[in-house]
Design a protein around this ligand. Structure first.
Ligand code: CTP
Ligand code: MG
Length: 187
């Protein structure tokens, strides 16, 4: 299977903006919470203090910078060095970055509704909320891109590998964040 390895590596490479968004949100985080401190009718916070506007936009925009730095690797680069080509490249990048953060926000919303305090460990939810958010938003906005890179033919194995390895990557990154003192808990 000589072409499978590049296909698998490409799956991770293209998903980098989604992987980068949440750690970058941790770096940028702080300030006004996205729910403005408001509570849901169940008496618990809508999202909690762990989701802030600065984290959301700081994380999303800096993940887009990561994606922009990947542009030279794209086939589009070889074809044309135009702003339009960069714009085409950045569409899915933005969807992956902000989709990951929206998934993370939705994850916190679900955790609060289940009565879990901020930072409480939620297996599966913590590890897959951002993956789901990234793929869903990108599939809605750029279905052709997702089909070509993660669904059609061999590309599907890339998607499978991402789903299998993401919990491990997630854990590793959060342990680093915890040791650096940027996260209160190592998950
Ligand atoms: N963060 C942020 N804004 C976001 C996402 C993350 O400010 N949109 C910052 C917060 O400082 C947050 C930290 O990154 O505490 C870690 O993020 P995460 O693990 O997603 O939040 P938790 O604090 O664990 O809260 P939750 O239980 O809601 O997941
Ligand atoms: Mg968390």
């Amino acid at each position: 299977m000589p072409v499978l390895l590049p296909t698998l590596l490409l799956a991770f490479w293209l998903f980098l903006p989604a992987y980068a968004a949440n750690p970058l949100a941790v770096v940028w985080g702080g300030g006004t919470p996205m729910d403005f401190g408001r509570e849901w009718p169940d008496g618990r916070r809508v999202l909690g203090d762990g989701k802030t506007w600065r984290g959301f936009f700081g994380g999303g925009l800096s993940a887009m910078v990561v994606g922009a730095l990947q542009w030279p690797s794209s086939a589009l680069w070889a074809e044309s060095l135009t702003l339009g080509a960069l714009g085409t490249w950045l569409g899915p990048v933005a969807a992956l970055a902000f989709g990951a953060l929206l998934g993370d926000v939705l994850g916190s919303f679900v955790k609060r509704r289940l009565g879990m305090e901020k930072g409480r460990r939620a297996p599966v939810l913590d590890q897959y909320d951002f993956v789901l958010g990234a793929f869903l938003l990108t599939a809605v906005l750029f279905p052709g891109w997702v089909a070509a890179n993660y669904v059609r033919g061999e590309a599907l194995w890339g998607l499978v590998l991402i789903l299998v390895l993401t919990p491990l990557l997630h854990r590793a990154v959060n342990i680093v964040g915890y040791r650096m003192g940027r996260k209160e808990v190592p998950w």
